[in-house]
Design a protein around this ligand. Structure first.
Ligand SMILES: [Zn+2]
Length: 284
């Protein structure tokens, strides 16, 4: 039960004052349960001095299909903006971790489930292009339930668009890191996460392309304990590290220090056109 002063741990029930929760980066000091973090809180916990320069904050969805199911998509967007203070499901920023400059896109699950629509896709592509231009690593902090169905095929296209941009990043030898947080599911798993050079995850995060119920029905068998959790993926070689949030900044700083010395040296090869050069379609 949350209040203005504190909350109780979802798992062990311990009462935590809001100040203590923030001091522990929203991790329960007793049972290590990791609360979900919004994009701004995520950047404050990860980046040196908690500071960053935001990019593309003005991008908003145009509701291209005038989509309406039980509620109008336009109304859902308005509500999500009011709840989060964001204009879509991610913050794109330039900052530093352990003194290494990085381009970051941090997703926010509170904004329509962190779903991948035109704005999030465009923010990832532009961040990737900035990483290529400046020859600095790209870190994608994933927290998403997958495609934004209210944008139909335009949402699904974002996976291909991101794939092209990250492929160019890979060809230029610029590191792409993914940090998977609870939950990272659907198209974001394939588009943003599994092709990364280094894949880190927070403890017990749900990570998987298809929902467990769908897989269970398809294979007609019960799923193993811990299926689609970070530790299960680590045991099966799908990710590289599971890291407690309170150690993430140090671990990422060390990793970035190790991999950037050679990767960020000037590239002797001629520059190639960026993904956004080929796709200047406005997003707002
Ligand atoms: Zn707890």
């Amino acid at each position: 039960m949350a209040s203005a002063f504190g909350t109780a741990c979802d798992r062990c029930g311990r009462s935590l004052h809001r100040r203590d929760l923030e001091a522990h980066l929203h991790v329960c000091p007793d049972c290590r349960h990791h609360w979900r973090l919004g994009a701004a809180a995520r950047l404050r916990t990860l980046l040196d001095d908690g500071s960053w320069r935001e990019h593309d904050a003005e991008l908003v969805s145009t509701d291209p299909l005038s989509f309406n199911d039980r509620r109008a998509y336009a109304d859902r967007l308005t509500d999500a903006m009011a709840v989060t203070g964001l204009r879509d499901a991610a913050i794109a920023a330039t900052g530093a971790i352990g003194g290494v400059a990085v381009e970051v896109v941090a997703m926010d699950h509170r904004f329509l489930g962190g779903t991948l629509g035109m704005v999030l896709g465009e923010k990832v592509v532009r961040a990737s292009d900035r990483a290529r231009a400046a020859r600095r690593p790209l870190l994608l902090v994933c927290a998403s339930s997958g495609a934004r169905i209210m944008e139909g095929a335009l949402s699904l296209m974002q996976m291909a668009k991101i794939g092209v941009a990250l492929g160019q990043l890979d060809r230029d030898g610029i590191p792409h890191l993914a940090l998977l947080t609870d939950p990272t599911t659907g198209g974001v798993v394939s588009a943003c996460a599994m092709g990364a050079d280094l894949i880190l995850a927070e403890p017990e995060a749900q990570i998987g392309f298809a929902p467990p119920a769908t897989i269970r029905q398809t294979i007609g068998r019960p799923l193993p304990d811990g299926f689609q959790r970070s530790e299960y993926l680590l045991d099966h070689g799908l990710i590289d590290l599971v890291v407690d949030r309170r150690e993430l900044r140090d671990v990422l700083g060390r990793l970035l220090g190790l991999i950037t010395d050679s990767a960020t040296a000037p590239d002797p090869r001629p520059a190639q056109p960026t993904a956004s050069d080929a796709d200047k379609r406005p997003t707002e």
